[in-house]
Design a protein around this ligand. Structure first.
Ligand SMILES: CSCC[C@H](NC=O)C(=O)N[C@@H](CO)C(=O)O
Length: 730
């Protein structure tokens, strides 16, 4: 018997609207310990959340604070203090270590012009409001996770942040000047005009940027505000060929430590690509010397200073190769200047079940109070767990493996008080706190809820594990398993068969963990089953799995997805005539491959910014190395692909199978995508149209690769389901 899927656009939009109300957590800060007049100790927890506002077409950011009474080992009482407040205009903010002050970088419009201010608050007074735009020391302050930071010195007298380097104003050769401004002895006027900071002839010079979602980031500089002296300085003395970011104050405030990414011979996209050559640096502010602390042959990120200020922990992986890899956890000893590897790459998970580190960002604080352990959240197969590493032994313990929650995120840890958010496909994000047990303790964490969320009783999920059939085993990387997440409506009558939406993730070295996913929850409410496949090559399964896919994209990943789908169909609960496929980026590459390699199997296909032709994309994407590496070759900045390499890139691309496609295709394209340029979608659109295959292309101006602006995301979702429903009844 056919299931009844919700099909009225009004009703679908109502469900989407209802479920999009659940906010997600983006940040938590733990305040200092305060002793009340009755002797009780408490700390304030500041949290930031984000939520889609469909009416305003914005992702709104709001904060809520909580109070946690504790005895340094366990939570005695906790509760929210006050209601939520929307945050507007704040670019960055940070409380001082003592909690006495707060720094804010704010964007505000003055007489119709956008300006940036750096504010320092103390108690209920805004002590300083420095107009950074008027100072003209640098360009816009960076607020991204890649480079950006706002850090108080330990002494609370200085603030450190990253901004775009000041660029002289460029003007036309024919700009007329008032005589009092023009220079004297104007022989050199073609280069520099008499007006300070204005240059002629540079108006149309191309400036490289850091690629997808970092299009306004080109030359970052480190900036310091001397709070007392009201003085902003831009640090010089850094190597010319690196771009700095992720900075913090060195022990004793003697200088700053930061990551520098090499930008020569040219910049390569950084988003989702922690495999860029980079190193840890120390800029000594007492002697003005810049020292490189890591080898410079690898890629490093997320440096974190221990509470005793003796060590810096950071993540490291190799340069180029797969864009997401299994990382090492490394340690730099500030005093001995020695580097050690605390957790190495895991090629194959062992008996303890630990699959390796697959995070490219540690939480703002990640150390235990005794400076002996590091805590981080990390995908482990199809779940995200909280892991604790003992830095002396390298032993790893999962703090959450036994829980039935799908996914945990460490927002912060301070004096062993952990603030986490967790969710599952049927449970929106909730907020919890818990104390880390002592180093020798066998106790489990006693988690306390600060903000609960209600489970969707009508949605069910499970993780399925697959062993590829022997003919599809990878001889170089044999016996690898993979998983898929199956999310379904809960109460389905025995005789009812569900329509299925198959969704392989992008990357391909990425993973879908069992967390709250708005679109899957809405689809389930509508009456669909959703299959999210973590094919071989996904992260979270050991490094061998990642490497097994290099050179095999378009075959191994395609076969894994098809195998998972056919296995699920064998259960008999799915309507074989109502199977659709959707995916974004490399997931779109797979969706288009599947409809080409299994003609007619899928009744509808929806692809967001899909990779269609790797050979035509290599010259225009921000990450050309991706095309070479995924095709099984080595990338070199000064080498063009040879004819055989170009041929292979074409042969393994979905465009190669376009003549076999029978499935109607909906393409959703971001006009400003730097990763998979929109011409890829157009190339497929034309090829399908020429073959009279139903195709529709939705074009989203002002959107990049993720199509994540509120209207693009919601419109894309509505069009996706309506496209599927329409073609299920063809
Ligand atoms: C040159 S495009 C490569 C595909 C892309 N990989 C990395 O950025 C991709 O699939 N992206 C995923 C996220 O990893 C996406 O969903 O956009």
């Amino acid at each position: 018997m056919d299931s009844k899927v919700m099909s009225s656009p009004g009703e679908i939009a109502r469900v989407y609207k209802e479920l999009s109300l659940y906010p997600s957590l983006s940040r938590a800060d733990v305040g200092p310990v305060i002793t009340s007049q009755y002797g009780g100790k408490y700390s304030n927890i500041y949290t930031e959340w984000s939520q889609r506002d469909l009416e305003r077409n914005e992702n709104v950011k709001f904060c809520r604070q909580y109070i946690v009474f504790h005895d340094d080992k366990s939570v005695v009482y906790s509760g929210a203090s006050g209601n939520c407040t929307e945050i507007k205009g704040e670019v960055l903010s940070k409380d001082s270590p003592s909690g006495d002050m707060k720094a804010v970088v704010r964007e505000s419009s003055v007489k119709g012009e956008d300006k940036q201010f750096l504010e320092v608050w103390s108690k209920n007074i805004k002590m300083k409001s420095i107009n950074l735009s008027a100072l003209k020391k640098h360009g816009k302050v960076y607020d991204d996770a890649q480079f950006g930071c706002l850090v108080w010195s330990h002494s609370e007298t200085h603030l450190l942040y990253v901004a775009e380097k000041k660029r002289p104003k460029a003007e036309s050769f024919f700009q007329t000047e008032s005589p009092e401004l023009s220079g004297v002895g104007d022989e050199e006027d073609t280069i520099r005009t008499g007006k300070k900071d204005t240059v002629k002839g540079e108006q149309f010079v191309f400036h490289e940027d850091w690629g997808e979602a970092l299009g306004d980031k080109s030359c970052p500089v480190l900036c310091i505000l001397d709070i007392e002296g009201d003085f902003v300085s831009v640090l010089d003395g850094l190597p010319d060929d690196i771009s700095p970011g992720q900075a913090f104050w060195a022990p004793g405030d003697t200088g700053v430590v930061f990551i520098g990414w090499w930008h020569e011979p040219f910049r390569l996209g950084l988003k989702y690509c922690p495999n860029r050559r980079s190193a840890l640096f120390y800029m000594d502010l007492t002697g003005g010397k810049c020292e490189q602390l890591s080898s410079g042959k690898t890629s490093v990120c997320s440096p974190r200073l221990s509470p005793d200020q003796c060590r810096i922990a950071y993540l490291e992986c190799s340069v180029y190769g797969p864009h997401m890899q299994c990382s090492k956890l490394c340690m730099y000893d500030w005093y001995t200047k020695k580097t050690s590897v605390v957790v190495d790459v895991i090629k194959r998970p062992g008996k303890d079940g630990f699959t390796g580190i697959y995070s490219s960002q540690l939480s703002p604080q990640c150390w235990s109070a005794d400076s002996q352990r590091i805590i981080f959240a990390c995908p482990q197969r199809s779940r995200k767990d909280l892991l604790m590493v003992d830095i002396n032994t390298g032993s790893i313990n999962s703090l959450t493996a036994k829980s039935d929650i799908g996914s945990w995120c460490l927002l912060n840890i301070e004096r062993d008080l952990m603030v986490v958010s967790c969710s599952s496909p049927n449970c929106p994000p909730s907020l919890w706190v818990g104390f880390l047990p002592g180093i020798d303790s066998q106790e489990n964490v006693d988690w306390v809820t600060l903000e609960d969320s209600e489970k969707l009783q009508d949605v069910d999920w499970q993780i399925l594990t697959f062993t590829p059939p022997s003919e599809d085993d990878n001889s170089q990387y044999s016996n690898l398993e993979f998983d898929a997440l199956l999310i379904k409506p809960k109460e389905v009558k025995d005789e009812v068969k569900l329509p299925l939406i198959v969704t392989p993730h992008g990357g391909p070295h990425s993973v879908i963990v069992a967390e709250w996913l708005l679109s899957s929850a809405v689809l389930c409410r509508m009456g669909f089953a959703v299959l999210l496949v973590n094919y071989r090559g996904s992260i979270g399964y050991g490094e061998d799995s990642i490497y097994s896919l290099l050179g095999n994209v378009g075959t191994q990943d395609v076969k894994d997805v098809q195998f998972a789908v056919e296995s699920v169909l064998k259960s008999g609960s799915i309507d074989e005539q109502k199977v659709a496929v959707s995916g974004g980026s490399h997931g779109g590459f797979l969706a288009c491959h599947l409809i080409g390699q299994y003609p007619g199997f899928y009744k509808a296909c929806v692809a967001r910014n899909p990779v269609i032709n790797m050979a035509s994309m290599i010259g225009s994407t921000d990450i050309p190395d991706w095309c070479m590496v995924e095709a099984g070759f080595v990338f070199n900045t000064d080498c063009l692909p040879d004819a055989a390499e170009w041929e292979k890139m074409l042969n393994i691309s979905p465009i190669k199978y376009v003549s076999q496609v029978k499935t109607p295709v909906l393409l959703t394209i971001g006009e400003d995508d730097k990763r998979v340029p929109n011409k890829q979608g157009i190339e497929y659109y034309k090829a399908l149209k020429a073959r009279q295959i139903p195709v529709r292309l939705l074009w989203y101006p002002g959107n990049n690769h993720s199509l994540s602006k509120v209207d693009a995301e919601s419109d894309g979702f509505m069009n996706m389901v309506l496209w599927m429903i329409q073609h299920f009844s063809d």
